[in-house]
Design a protein around this ligand. Structure first.
Ligand code: GLY
Length: 354
């Protein structure tokens, strides 16, 4: 088993082990003697894993279950308040527990609901997608979407434990698996170039488990240094400015988040290489990794649209934005670009052959 400590204001551990779902409660009970638990999941994950987790809980603990419809559209204020009412109708108290069992949507919604119910009730993340395992379940970002944009209402609220079972990845569609691989590739780009070869070999479940654990270690290190996203945590946004612009341009209907990030990482590195910021050959390494997981490299969206959408991104500040750029594989920095410099930077895209 990999046990990764996350040294935030309220510290916790991430446990990574194949089959850990069967022993979920055994691990949770080490934290506290919870008397009641509400498992929040979705209608796709429930038939696959709800019973396994529930069976691990002894009869002495009261178990409530709540399944939302799957998909990003469930991450809204309406479901947030439905959950609050459900928790209240189950008479959950501050000494009880919420479990988020599912992908990023379930984790973000249930985590945000847990952060607000009774001004905060313990919650455990049990992520069942690759993206949730290596990214969203660790670090305490919780949120719901508004019609005006994704994740606009939320909180930093750390779970008390994260249980990560790589066996759950076997039931993902190839597209959803690759979606998470884009975030895995991101860690090789920004932090640990030695992941590059392991990512190529990740069809082997033992290698995949080690790769997941390494990504979580990196995320834990970043979050411990900058829990509230004012500094080094920004590096996790590598590829996300262009990625978000592309996702948003197509109203989140054409590309998954990981596909957007894949195009963002490749595009920004081609540009920064052209400008002499990044070591030549870096974009080619990223290209190979992305193609290995059938992730897209580019899209026909205009550079003007990328610029305009980047400037309304929630991460923009004072008319400019921090871009995350690589000096080489495994080394990233955040550079602030005021509006005009940002335009000049992105317009380099039109000089390149794609
Ligand atoms: N997903 C980026 C972060 O947790 O900061």
């Amino acid at each position: 088993m990999h046990m990764i400590p996350v040294k935030t204001g309220r510290p916790y551990s991430v446990l990574v082990q194949r089959g850990i779902l069967q022993n979920a409660w055994q691990e949770i009970a080490k934290i506290k003697n919870y008397k009641a638990v509400c498992i929040v999941t979705d209608d796709q994950v429930a038939p696959l894993y709800l019973d396994v987790v529930t069976r691990s809980i002894p009869d002495s603990v009261r178990v409530e279950q709540y399944a939302i419809p799957h998909g990003e559209s469930s991450k809204n204020g309406e479901n947030f308040f439905r959950l609050q009412e459900f928790f209240a109708s189950c008479k959950l108290t501050r000494s009880d527990l919420i479990i988020a069992l599912g992908g990023g949507v379930v984790g973000d919604l249930a985590g945000f609901a847990a952060s607000c119910y009774l001004r905060g009730i313990d919650f455990v993340q049990i992520p069942t997608t690759l993206l949730a395992q290596v990214d969203s379940s660790v670090g305490g970002k919780t949120a719901v979407d508004l019609p005006q944009g994704k994740n606009l209402v939320g909180s930093f609220y750390q779970p008390v434990l994260v249980l990560c079972d790589p066996d759950t990845l076997s039931t993902l569609t190839p597209e959803i698996f690759r979606d998470g691989m884009a975030e895995v590739i991101k860690y090789a780009c920004i932090w640990d170039a030695s992941l590059t070869e392991k990512i190529k070999a990740a069809a082997d479940p033992a290698v995949l488990e080690a790769v997941i654990a390494r990504c979580i270690e990196i995320k834990a290190e970043v979050v411990a240094q900058d829990e509230f996203d004012n500094g080094v945590r920004m590096l996790l946004n590598f590829g996300h400015t262009i990625g978000h612009a592309i996702e948003q341009h197509y109203h989140y209907e054409t590309y998954t988040h990981g596909q957007g990030v894949a195009m963002g990482m490749y595009t920004i590195t081609r540009i920064s290489e052209e400008l002499g910021i990044t070591k030549p050959g870096t974009a080619e390494i990223i290209r190979e990794l992305l193609l290995g997981y059938s992730l897209p490299l580019t899209d026909s969206i205009s550079t003007r649209d990328i610029i305009d959408l980047s400037l309304v991104d929630k991460k923009s500040r004072d008319g400019g934005i921090h871009l995350i750029l690589l000096s080489q594989m495994g080394k990233a920095e955040a550079r602030f670009y005021p509006r005009q410099e940002l335009e000049n930077f992105f317009l380099v895209r039109d000089r390149l052959t794609w």
